[in-house]
Design a protein around this ligand. Structure first.
Ligand SMILES: Cc1cc2nc3c(=O)[nH]c(=O)nc-3n(C[C@H](O)[C@H](O)[C@H](O)COP(=O)(O)OP(=O)(O)OC[C@H]3O[C@@H](n4cnc5c(N)ncnc54)[C@H](O)[C@@H]3O)c2cc1C
Length: 287
């Protein structure tokens, strides 16, 4: 359980986040082989910087959830699970508080479209306040939940603690790399919109680099894309890349021989799309 944060910690963290670390890490993606981490850092920086400034200037900020005689339901996460719960709970009988580190719901099934430039990120993001604006005693707070104390029935967040009568934990999951360290270091997961934009950025920069390469072996090397996972997302991503190559890239980059752009999908299971009926399971390896 995390206790109250001493007043000095926030200004020190703000200084580190805003001055020291950015100077060390904020480099454009294209300049560094470690660029993926840098863009992730920049995204984290954009999320946390304004919050840290506010907290540094006003250490007295609080959650501002009104006291109530009704039982309080705290929901952690505004994904599919949390959003459904928030919709269904009758706010005339309960006070509902939703915490999420993002202020929007992500429609994850279409993340692969964002990653392959088929859709803009905001096309699959629904602002949580807008979606739930008709709810009366409903309170959304944009923050990160740090821990839960089930004995005291409190949730610790980056802004403060809140008591709950009922708690719904719907904070999703992380990508599982099954202990494969190189994959964890070098692969681009797609679990969130920032992840998808990161992958899209990497792909677009690769295509730009390809337009300046004359060596066919090198061209083949950088245009070979490996997709790890033969479930729905892996298969959909392979299809979207094939479509991108056929319909967009050949027109946008007339100088590049895009037939040499290959996506190879790998899998651990014996079939692709193992959750589907047998006749829909295929065994593609190259698209
Ligand atoms: C690429 C992809 C494609 C998919 N396609 C399909 C599909 O076609 N069909 C299908 O049925 N399912 C699909 N899924 C699975 C489906 O999206 C998930 O099962 C579903 O989103 C899980 O819902 P959830 O509410 O548990 O978590 P999520 O939807 O992941 O939501 C978790 C929420 O918790 C928030 N959160 C996490 N940690 C904290 C914290 N510490 N503090 C505050 N907030 C926090 C996050 O910001 C997020 O908003 C797909 C998933 C992915 C990644």
């Amino acid at each position: 359980m995390i206790g109250p944060v001493p007043d000095l910690v926030i200004p020190v963290l703000a200084f580190l986040f805003l001055v020291v670390v950015p100077a060390r890490f904020r480099k454009p993606l294209v300049e560094s082989p470690d660029g993926k981490r840098n863009t992730e850092y920049c995204f984290l920086f954009r999320i946390f910087a304004p919050k840290l400034i506010v907290m540094a200037l006003h250490p007295g900020v609080s959650l501002n959830i009104p006291e109530t005689s009704k039982p309080r339901v705290v929901i952690i996460g505004g994904g599919f699970g949390g959003l459904y719960a928030a919709h269904k709970i009758d706010t005339s009988k309960f006070q509902v508080v939703l915490f999420d580190k993002r202020n929007y719901h992500t429609f994850q099934p279409l993340l692969y479209q964002v990653a392959t430039a088929g859709l803009q990120g905001d096309a699959i993001a629904g602002p949580l306040r807008t979606v739930l604006k008709k709810k009366k005693d409903f309170h959304f707070r944009l923050l990160r939940v740090l821990s839960i104390d089930d004995k005291r029935q409190t949730v610790a967040t980056s802004i403060g603690h809140l008591h709950y009568d009922y708690l719904i934990v719907a904070n999703g999951c992380r990508s599982n790399f099954f202990g494969n360290k190189p994959m964890e270091t070098y692969a681009f997961p797609i679990k969130s919109i920032p992840d998808a934009l990161n992958l899209k950025s990497q792909l677009m920069q690769t295509f730009e680099s390809a337009s300046m390469i004359n060596d066919p072996a090198m061209l083949e090397k950088i245009l070979t894309i490996v997709i790890v996972g033969g479930g729905p997302t892996g298969v959909e991503t392979a299809g979207a890349l094939a479509e991108l190559r056929k319909k967009v890239l050949t027109k946008d980059y007339p100088g590049i021989d895009f037939p040499e752009c290959t996506s190879i999908s790998c899998k651990a299971a014996t079939t692709y799309w193992p959750a589907c009926p047998k006749k829909q399971q295929t065994t593609p390896t190259r698209t």
